[in-house]
Write a protein that binds this ligand. Structure first.
Ligand code: DAT
Ligand code: MG
Length: 152
């Protein structure tokens, strides 16, 4: 069976637990093909989470995501997109603690905003989100702090 790729993020509230979380990821059989640490700018987060623009939690989400370093992971495994969302657990930490007590969000999340991890939700979003953090030279230079943006 062919391996699939997905984007995983360790969000700023869980940065201090990154070693534990990366340990769980490896124990669950993922290959970490690429890894980088980045403190996202407001503009980068607003682009990354553009699908949520206009929702009532959008501003709080964007503020949180710029509050400290994020670890971006290019994860590989058979059925990686679904598998990674299973390992992360539900978006709501409350629900995660009830329904998936060993999940990353149950173990390391604080609330629905500071929920420790991100994972792509479809092959289309995985392609976009992997491209956002990796293979920057092939897409828009949105992450590399010194790169020239095509939009300037
Ligand atoms: P997921 O991260 O599980 O894919 P999502 O795409 O619906 O969930 O939302 C993106 C992030 O936005 C989520 O990880 C945390 C935040 N968020 C979602 N719903 C929220 C809510 N009702 N209140 C506060 N933050 C929310
Ligand atoms: Mg989502």
């Amino acid at each position: 069976q062919g391996k699939e790729q997905t984007l995983g993020l360790i969000k700023p509230n869980a940065y201090s637990k990154r070693a534990d979380i990366i340990g769980l990821i490896k124990k669950d059989g993922f290959t970490i093909a690429e890894q980088k640490e980045v403190t996202l700018t407001r503009n980068q987060v607003e682009n990354f989470y553009a699908e949520h623009r206009g929702k009532k939690f959008y501003d709080e989400l964007c503020t949180f995501m710029t509050s400290g370093p994020t670890i971006a992971l290019l994860l590989e495994k058979a059925d990686a997109i679904k598998e990674w969302r299973r390992v992360m657990g539900p978006t709501s930490v409350e629900t995660a603690k009830k329904e998936a007590p060993n999940s990353i969000r149950a173990l390391y999340g604080e609330n629905v905003t500071k929920n420790a991890a991100h994972g792509s939700d479809s092959p289309e979003s995985a392609k976009r989100e992997v491209g956002f953090f990796f293979h920057v030279e092939d897409t828009y230079a949105m992450i590399k702090p010194n790169a020239v943006s095509h939009k300037d």
